[in-house]
Design a binder for this molecule. Structure first.
Ligand code: URP
Ligand code: ZN
Ligand code: ZN
Length: 465
């Protein structure tokens, strides 16, 4: 007797598409076949597509974001929005606060997440202060404990590492077989241009975009790849926004380097024109790197189609818009410089790629699964437990209605923000029912599961390390 059988669906993995029933026992996929026999619950998936639940390997939750600024999501609201949007696992970051021990920072995030999550979670680390203690002791111990990836920043006050520090971190990654993620933008170009714009009185949100031009991203991408090549470590260049940075990654891959790329919904459907709104409206779209132009959107699609980008993540980094602790920064700090960087997207990521990608014929369903689930699991040490439909894997499944048409609105996403940058987008296809380890968390579009059923996952080393 199975706990659950999902009957009559069309299943797609990163490799195949086939029709069969799925038998679930004890949270795992126990059988794939027909006439599977009795079950306590049968879910009819006739006419539906059954896909691995989404894994979003780039989300920020409850992360300190500067004086007086508060993130719009805690672990409850972020993972609620994630599961509503067809995700079953998310990977947020533990930010090492300057001067603090990395281990203490990690424990603080566990405390915030404990008992709050609708999806499973795992953590990347953000290394902001690579002291001898961090590099010599804390980081190797944390990698052994299952924190097998860490992000470094080449820009941002208090976060940016110089090249020497990046090399020190990469040396630890080499030693411990961890994967490095990089935020690649040239810090000095950004500081120089930001000062210039401010001196000229150009302080509106729209100047955020030209203060961080493509050149700043391309140069830093090239430099990060060079440092990773020297260090012989796999590198994930996150949130790539344009052709020139994408081509740096392509060239590195063609040379046989383990360089990977990620892009996000904002680079497919937004442009820098969105930052040019009335009053402060443009602040809703302030993220880094900024959205670019239509040609850059096309380049990001090509990167997804051609395998230059192996993962598609949200970079969910939510702030409320109509809020002095969010995008409407306090008076006296009226320049775009002070607008917190980041936009919400954990709930909208999968519907956007499904609708704009699969339904519009830009990518096939197998590539969709690879980009949204399987490759995340492989890259970050969760495969094959997560990211595929196979006997023995966790029963993390999203049952999609490929024909459902809706206009995207913020209230559909159930996150803690007060807007979505994707308001008004016409969406075809929706993840109607989502199961996390066999438990129905969303049924026919409505939240059914309870918070606290998501668990923490220590991770293996990356398949690429
Ligand atoms: O603007 C962004 N992307 N904010 C989130 C932090 C980061 O750099 O990923
Ligand atoms: Zn970043
Ligand atoms: Zn991010």
């Amino acid at each position: 007797m199975f706990d659950t059988v999902i009957r009559g669906g069309r299943i797609s993995t990163a490799a195949d598409t086939f029709s069969c029933d799925i038998g679930i026992s004890d949270g795992r996929i126990a059988a794939l076949g027909t006439d599977l026999g009795p079950a306590r619950e049968v879910i009819d998936a006739t006419g539906r597509w059954v896909l691995p639940g989404g894994i979003d390997s780039h989300v920020h939750i409850s992360q300190p974001s500067g004086e007086g600024i508060v993130m719009a999501d805690d672990f409850e609201s972020a993972t609620r929005s994630a599961v509503i949007g067809g995700n079953t696992t998310v990977l947020p970051f533990c930010l090492q606060e300057s001067g603090a021990s990395l281990r203490e920072s990690v424990q603080a995030y566990h405390a915030k997440a404990e008992g709050q999550c609708y999806t499973d979670i795992s953590f990347h680390l953000i290394i902001s202060d690579p002291t001898a203690q961090v590099l010599g002791q804390e980081l190797p111990a944390l990698v052994r404990d299952g924190y097998t990836s860490f992000k470094v920043f080449m820009t941002y006050e208090g976060l940016a590492l110089n090249d020497r520090q990046m090399l020190e971190v990469m040396a630890v990654a080499r030693e411990t077989r961890a994967l490095v993620m990089v935020h690649a933008e040239n810090y000095d170009i950004i500081r120089f241009l930001t000062d210039r714009f401010e001196a000229d009185g150009k302080t509106a949100p729209k100047f955020h975009a030209p203060s961080r031009p493509v050149i700043a991203e391309r140069e830093a991408t090239h430099r990060a790849i060079s440092l990773a090549e020297l260090s012989d470590v796999p590198l994930m260049v996150v949130h790539v926004s344009n052709r020139e940075a994408m081509e740096e990654i392509r060239r590195a891959r063609q040379r046989g380097l383990k360089i990977f790329g990620e892009t996000c919904p904002q680079y497919l459907v937004l442009t820098e024109g969105d930052l040019d709104g009335l009053d402060m409206e443009g602040a809703k779209y302030v993220c880094s790197p900024p959205p670019r132009d239509l040609a850059s959107q096309q380049a990001c699609w090509e990167g997804l189609q051609q395998g230059v980008f192996s993962v598609f993540s949200s970079d969910h980094c939510p702030f409320r818009y109509d809020d002095p602790q969010g995008k409407l920064v306090p008076k006296g700090r009226s320049s775009f410089r002070w607008v917190p960087n980041g936009i919400p997207g954990v709930g909208a990521r999968l519907p956007i790629l499904f609708s704009e990608g699969v339904m519009k014929g830009r990518i096939d369903i197998n590539r969709f699964v690879a980009l949204t689930a399987t490759n995340h699991a492989r890259t970050y040490g969760l495969y094959p437990r997560k990211g595929t439909v196979a006997v023995g894997a966790d029963a993390d499944l999203a049952i999609w209605d490929p024909e459902r048409r809706q206009t995207l609105t913020h209230d559909m996403l159930q996150d803690g923000s007060d807007y979505t940058p994707y308001e008004g987008l016409e969406i075809t296809g929706w993840p109607m029912t989502t199961l996390v380890r066999g438990r129905v968390m969303v049924r026919d579009g409505a939240l059914e599961g309870t918070k606290g059923s998501g668990i923490y996952l220590p991770r293996d080393i990356s398949a690429y390390a």
